[in-house]
Structure formats: structure tokens, C-alpha cells
Write a protein that binds this ligand. Structure first.
Ligand code: F6P
Length: 359
């Protein structure tokens, strides 16, 4: 048994299913197995910026119901880089020292940060500057954190997208329509690729593979000629128009992707005459009950993160590789962005099933 510690845990970036399961796993392991104290920090680094710092003690009995619950009971934010924090007067301020001071005021021995590559990069920068003993846990429905094969939240998102495709099959067949499902994932097509295969889509469009509308329409017509008068297309939100334009929603300060489903529907109708309808799945992919796989991953990641703190191995992120949880330096983990490799085995699987990428 290592010496008694007081650790903090925070969730940062966009929420996803499985975050609460990590909070539970870390608390159970740290409190029950190691006899430590755990503080849940509210609203990511914003909690450490507040005075007094906003944090709540976590015990086994107040985390036990969290296993299945979506979202994060600690709250989170994907806004406000502390090194260039937007102030009310419109200026940007470096508030990193306030966060480091918040960590010190809570008298923490270590911090477990759950985030995607952007959040982990910020947390690491703070840790380097302020001597924070940081351990990272990867989460994101986009599954694009460099080195880990799986991030928390991805499996649940794929399940939700797959269920949507399952439902679309029936209505598409009843009306002989081309149904287009727009899914999240930012610049990575993992959700579309995985859900498209699992749900039996006919067309999968991902940002990593450039398409031609002509090829998509040819595939739809080929299916019609074979008596399959409906088609299901899954498209990632960051797929561009045929001419290469990235479509964004509204006029927000930050880039919010959206609109490619509608664009494709109009183009397909114009070029092929097929009747089209669009479903934009949006934030439903981040919500709801977490899948068993995400709960397992969250539990395994949480336990190994606490073990790293016990061994005082900091500046490391837990990762899933070849059915093992190991740890790697955070810098190495987030160095490379993990998009879909066009030679990926699942791309080959999809091609082998006759699924059209439009390329
Ligand atoms: O990175 C996760 C993610 O859900 C992306 O797939 C999506 O583009 C984005 O976040 C949405 O962000 P927001 O919650 O700010 O709308």
C-alpha cells in the first residue's frame, strides 16, 4: 500500500457516455483499494480557476450509481483555452497560473484528467508549467486520440448510430428512398465507418476518402437495377462538398460542422432522381446509457490510472492496445491524430461487402 494521497479528477472537452463510469472506477479503486481521498473538480479547469476552487469529495457510495449514467456529473467544457481565455471585455488572458494555484489550494498530490487530444494537450502544458502530477485518460466519440485503439465514448456512439441505421432500413424500404444519416466524428470517419458496417449501410462517406457524386449515384442506380430500390448512406459531418468545401452550421465563433447530409440529399436527387431524406443524429451520439464495452474500458482505464498515481508515474496516458491497458507518455499519445487509414482493415471489409465510398 502506497502512502495516503489526495487526488483530483476532472472531465474536460465534449462530454460522452462512459465519463461517469471512469469517475466511479477511479473513486472505487482510490478510496476502497488504496484508502485515498478523491476530489471531483467541477467544470474541468474552470473549477480550478474559481475561488475557492470548485470541487466535491467523491466516495464509493456517491459514485456507485454512475456506472451506466451518460454525461459527466462533474460538468465539463470544450471552451476557454486557459492560455488564451476569452474575457468579458473581449480580450484574451493567460489564466494558467490561476489553475495551477487552484490545484495547490486543493492540496492535491495528483490529477487524473479525462479528455480528448485537445484537452490533454492543455492539461499537459499546465502540468509542465506548474509541476502538476498528471495522468491522462482518453475519451472522445471521435476515437481520434493518437495512440489508443479505443477512447471512452466511441463504442456507445457507434451503437447509437447503428441503431439509427437499423431503424432507417425499414422506412427507406417502405418508401423506396435514399436515406442519408449524418453522424459526428469531426475530421475522423471512425463512427461512420464502424456504424455503416454494423448497420448494413450501402454507402459510407468519410473525410479521409474523396468521393465523386457520379460514383454515389451510379451505386444507387445499380442497386435499383438489381431490385433494391432503396439505399442507406452514412456520412461523416466533416465530409466536404464535391468541390472541397467544408460545411458549417450557423455563424458561431467556433467551427460547428453540419449540413453535408442535406447537401448530398439535394445533389443525389438532382443527379439520380431518387427521393432522399436526411437524418442528422447530432448530440444523441454523446448521450444516454453507456454501452457495456465503454463501461469495461472506463473501468479498466480508471483502475490503471490510479495504479499509475500509486507508482508515481506521471505525465502518462492510459491506452488500449491489443486488448491490454498500458500507459504511454502523454506527449507521445497525442502527437499524431488518428484518422481512418484508407488501408484500414475495416475499409477493406466495407469494400469486400460491396459498400460504396464514392471514390
Ligand atoms: O469532438 C466530439 C464532438 O461531438 C464532435 O464529434 C462534434 O463535431 C463536436 O464535438 C460537437 O461539439 P459541440 O458539443 O460543441 O457542439
Amino acid at each position: 500500500m502506497s502512502e495516503r494521497k489526495r487526488i483530483g479528477i476532472l472531465t474536460s472537452g465534449g462530454d460522452c457516455a462512459g465519463l461517469n463510469a471512469v469517475i466511479r472506477a477511479v473513486t472505487r479503486c482510490a478510496v476502497d483499494v488504496y484508502g485515498w481521498e478523491v476530489l471531483g473538480i467541477c467544470k474541468a479547469t474552470h473549477g480550478l480557476m474559481s475561488r475557492p476552487p470548485q470541487a466535491m469529495p467523491l466516495y464509493v457510495n456517491n459514485v456507485d450509481r454512475l456506472l451506466t449514467m451518460g454525461g459527466t456529473v462533474l460538468g465539463t467544457t470544450n471552451k476557454g483555452d486557459p492560455f488564451a481565455f476569452p474575457m468579458s471585455n473581449g480580450s484574451l488572458a493567460d489564466r494558467s497560473e490561476e489553475i495551477i494555484e487552484g490545484y495547490r489550494q486543493l492540496d492535491l498530490d495528483a490529477l487524473i484528467g479525462i479528455g480528448g487530444d485537445g484537452s490533454l494537450a492543455i492539461l499537459r502544458k499546465l502540468a509542465q508549467q506548474g509541476g502538476i502530477n498528471l495522468v491522462g485518460i482518453p475519451k472522445t466519440i471521435d476515437n481520434d486520440v493518437g495512440i489508443t485503439e479505443r477512447s471512452i465514448g466511441f463504442d456507445t456512439a457507434v451503437n447509437i448510430a447503428t441503431e439509427a441505421i437499423d431503424r432507417l432500413h425499414f422506412t427507406a424500404a417502405s418508401h423506396s428512398r435514399v436515406m442519408i444519416l449524418e453522424v459526428m466524428g469531426r475530421d475522423a470517419g471512425h463512427i461512420a465507418l464502424n456504424a455503416g458496417i454494423a448497420g448494413g449501410a450501402d454507402i459510407i462517406m468519410i473525410p479521409e476518402l474523396r468521393y465523386k457524386l457520379e460514383n454515389i449515384c451510379h451505386h444507387i442506380k445499380k442497386r435499383q437495377a438489381m431490385g433494391q430500390d432503396y439505399s442507406i448512406a452514412v456520412v461523416s459531418e466533416a465530409v466536404c462538398t464535391e468541390s472541397g468545401e467544408l460545411l458549417e452550421q450557423g455563424h458561431f465563433v467556433d467551427c460547428r460542422l453540419g449540413g453535408i447530409g442535406q447537401y448530398l440529399a439535394e445533389q443525389i436527387t438532382n443527379l439520380s432522381g431518387a427521393e432522399t431524406r436526411v437524418t442528422v443524429l447530432g448530440h444523441t451520439q454523446r448521450g444516454g446509457i453507456s454501452s457495456p464495452l465503454d463501461r469495461i474500458l472506463a473501468s479498466a482505464f480508471g483502475v490503471v490510472a490510479v495504479e499509475l498515481v500509486a507508482k508515481e508515474q506521471y505525465d502518462r496516458m492510459v491506452t488500449w492496445q491489443n486488448r491490454q491497458v498500458i500507459s504511454v507518455p502523454i506527449a507521445e499519445a497525442i502527437k499524431n491524430y488518428r484518422a481512418v487509414d484508407p488501408k484500414d482493415t475495416l475499409v477493406k471489409t466495407a469494400r469486400g461487402l460491396g459498400i460504396c465510398f464514392g471514390d
